[in-house]
Design a protein around this ligand. Sequence first.
Ligand code: ADP
Length: 463
Amino acid sequence: LAIEAACRAFDDHSWQGAPITAAKAATNPAQPVCNPADPSDIVGHVIWADAATVELAGKAAGRWDAPAEERSKVLNAAADLLEANYGEIFALLHREAGKTLLDAVAELREAVDFLRYYAARSDGAPARGVFACISPWNFPLAIFIGQVAAALAAGNGVLAKPAEQTPLIASRAVHWLHAAGVPEHALQLLPGAGEVGAAITANPAVQGVAFTGSTQTAQIIHKSIARHLDPGTPFIAETGGLNAMIVDSTALPEQAVQAIVESAFQSAGQRCSALRCLYVQDDIAEDFLEMLTGAMDALVMGDPRQIETDLGPVVDAEAKAGIVAHIEAAQAQGRVVKTYPTPDRGFFVAPTLIKIDGIADLEQEIFGPVLHVATFRSQDLDAVIDAINATGYGLTFGLMTRIDDRVQHVTERVQAGNLYVNRNQIGAIVGSQPFGGEGLSGTGPKAGGPLYLDRFRAHAAKE
Ligand code: ADP
């Protein structure tokens, strides 16, 4: 009830987020930020940075040379501020990012965990200097804070660029970090689209880049770093996945169905860890898919502020158009097993199940509530794993079986950063189960793990 009241209280509030740079230079017009569940609802405005702002910010930027104990105290104080401001944070996550309450709660928890985890590991090791932190819209608070907190805990200065869809929550996060005691020169926010990100990564002040987003953008940034910066420059990237799950005929069907629905459709499928390709053993497939579509029938799509909502909107019109085009192409080929009507207003995409022959049919990650399903014969299990590995991605993988030997056989063979056995393919725990992938899915080390902070420290320069 307190949470609902807090959300209501913020319904009439309009957020203003300017570029928060030490230089305070941008004179660009304010850009509206709209609610993906109802694009006529303008959540707030933000002034985008431009090339001149980035240049001034680069000149003003510098490392945070306070003693480690002080940095640690400040980051913990920022965590306290986030916890205290949960109402505003949930309201913004709802309205700016289309998050359900369940997702908003988990996201705040993760952001706070990142701050406290890196705060506890802040030490006297020298910083590298200034980091560019480039983040996506799908976890606009947790990933933003995760990158920034690691860079700051190691004593670096930060030039942070949030995704163009979600600058307001980032601007509030920076406000709280400054209020907790992070100096302005050590944390500057530069909102904008890809061009601003490119200007930041090319800025001579930048000595390292932390990036989360698409594999394609990671490859562009990687090339630009190679051109502009010395080869030892750290590039920490977390990117996409073509994540699979194998369900064999010994799996508990109720448990598997629930885990699949959560893994594929929670957050409207907008997680890099989300399940994209399900393999079901052929002898149970018919009954199993009937149970799965039955569970899909029960999903509630709609206003993310309603407590009963399972699926909110996808992030924007462009995202919706891309996912819908994929579904329509599958419809034209008669491969759509199940889909549903969507509301006229807002960027909603229905949970959809599409039949495919195998993961090789998927050319790219579809970042929405679309699950692909294939069947396999028991004797082809190794070939299925080889096909999964051959995608070149390696982020998450799920297995549902009651055969102990199979758990060992499959998990040893599959190449993935995070493995999930007999449970949903969701989540990571800062500290004990850090998150991150291999190959096209990322550079490692895993975020929220013991090695991550080392990449932000100068003594690790020659790894
Ligand atoms: P997504 O598919 O999640 O939107 P993107 O890779 O396009 O993934 O975006 C992730 C982040 O990278 C966003 O903040 C975006 O503005 C930024 N970005 C996009 N292009 C570039 C670029 N060329 N250089 C730096 N950052 C970029």
